[in-house]
Design a protein around this ligand. Structure first.
Ligand code: P61
Length: 448
């Protein structure tokens, strides 16, 4: 039996579906790019799970206890205590969101020309590495890119690729290793405990530091508990502690697994010198080290969310809702990344629309069609985001935490199924405007 939500709904936010002609007009005004739509013109918004979470009554109550002192607010100390306990690390530096954490840590650790290794770095991570003169390297296992084969931990790092890369390029040319849990770009795919441990052992042997991109750390822990031998009887908090015990630090976008709308942080296990440098830098870019660009109330919501996300019942209902959408799509014959990941279902638009070549952006075409079909907003993770070298053309249906019901999922599946029935007629798109960096946010298109 499927675990229902371990909460009930106390407040609702109305959403509305515009008429088809209205949707057409809005999408044309947005240059066929769903990022440029007004959110109120979207019926079901699956653009991202980042900052779109519904907070609990306990978190909302915490907002009222925000201590807005510039220095030393009590909510910082609460967050520090919580994070120290959850992750087992000594030092915590709050930041306004994940990319703020990346900016600070990479400014210190990346020297121009150095490589930063990882499974697959997310796009903001890659942008910050590149801006510091570094070179991002993705070492995920090959299975990650084959959407139709099953592998329980498609976010794993290929240990042979890792060791060969280190031997070939030399440790002095490697800044650090960053393991992204779960691995967003390839489908919210988890990394096994065994893999984290082995990567850590190899890196330690060569004197390379290991960091975790912790955005979806609790969802990763859920997969370890439910899929990895030897972890069934361990609690989520125990699994999280073990995962982080193999690393030296982490960057964190709290907009995912701290169940809040804004926030981030850096955690450092015990390197005092690194922590002192981060404290100096956070002041320049984010704010005093006890607020890091956030209000006291945001820090309070974060520390409460960090505890709530460790509930097995919550994680089970969350991830089984994502799996439910995946199951409906599979039953409708729509190709998706399998198994379904933690935060999203990734539709393989390349396979669904094989008549569209990469440069007519099948993923963008599908997101545009999906909005027209039912007012649903998804996001392309393919040639628009990654350029010509994109290994897959995916469309991510990202599920916000505690926000939508299974009826919403069934509706989304029906919309996609309708498109699938007339998939031969889906047209490609061509770019009419393209900004130089992170082009997917602001690019404009017309139908090809
Ligand atoms: C997302 F369209 N993710 O998945 P920040 N690491 C990881 C992330 O997933 C991540 C960050 C660091 C987003 C938001 C997003 O082009 C886009 O708190 C694994 O967003 O700064 C963010 O954390 C950065 C959506 C980011 C995008 C960039 O939807």
């Amino acid at each position: 039996m499927r675990m229902p939500e371990p909460y009930r709904i106390k407040m609702v936010e109305p959403i509305r579906l515009l008429a088809r002609e209205e949707r057409e007009r809005k999408l044309n005004e947005a240059g066929l790019n769903v990022f440029s739509l007004k959110a109120e013109d979207v019926f079901i918004d699956l653009l991202t799970d980042s900052g779109t979470n519904a907070m609990s009554d306990n978190q909302w109550a915490g907002l009222m206890l925000g201590d807005e002192s510039y220095a030393g607010c009590k909510n910082f100390y609460h967050l520090q205590d919580t994070a120290q306990e959850v992750f087992g690390y000594k030092y915590i530096v709050p930041t306004h969101q994940g990319r703020g954490a990346e900016n600070l840590l990479f400014s210190i650790l990346v020297k121009p020309g150095q490589y930063v290794l990882g499974n697959v770095h997310f796009d903001t991570t890659e942008a910050h590495i590149t801006l510091k003169g570094g070179k991002p390297v993705n070492l995920v296992i090959d299975e990650a890119y084959n959407t139709s084969t099953y592998h329980p931990f498609k976010g794993n790092i290929d240990l042979h690729k890792l060791e060969n890369f280190i031997k070939e390029h030399g440790t002095e040319n490697i800044a650090f290793m960053l393991i992204t849990v779960t691995c967003n770009t390839v489908g919210g795919q988890p990394v096994s405990m065994e893999n984290i441990k082995q990567v850590s052992e190899i890196c330690r042997r060569y004197g390379i530091r290991v960091f975790i991109d912790a955005a979806r750390f609790a969802e990763n822990a859920y997969f370890i508990k439910t899929r990895e031998e030897g972890y069934q009887d361990k609690s989520i908090p125990e699994i999280v502690r073990e995962m982080f015990s193999y690393a030296d630090g982490f960057t964190f976008s709290a907009k995912k697994d701290a169940l809040v709308n804004i926030g981030g942080m850096i955690g450092i296990k015990d390197d005092e010198e690194l922590y002192m440098r981060l404290r100096e830098l956070v002041i320049v870019y984010e704010g005093f080290p006890t607020y890091g660009g956030l209000a006291g109330r945001d820090l309070e919501a974060m520390s409460r969310g960090l505890r709530e996300v460790l509930s097995f019942d919550y994680l089970q209902s969350r991830i089984s809702q994502v799996q439910y959408l995946g199951q409906l799509l599979s039953e409708a014959g729509i190709p998706i990344q399998t198994p379904v990941g933690g935060h999203a279902v990734f539709v393989d638009a390349g396979k669904m629309l094989p008549h569209l070549p990469w440069d007519s952006f099948p993923g963008v075409a599908l997101t545009a069609e999906l909005y027209l079909e039912g007012g649903v907003r998804a996001v392309e993770i393919g040639s628009l985001l990654m350029g010509r070298q994109a290994p897959t053309e995916l469309v991510r249906l990202t599920i916000p935490r505690r926000v939508y019901t299974d009826n919403h999922m069934a509706y989304v599946a029906e919309c996609l199924s309708n498109i699938n029935k007339r998939r031969d007629q889906v047209r490609g798109v061509k770019i009419t405007y393209e900004p130089p960096v992170l082009r997917h946010f602001l690019a404009r298109f017309e139908w090809a």
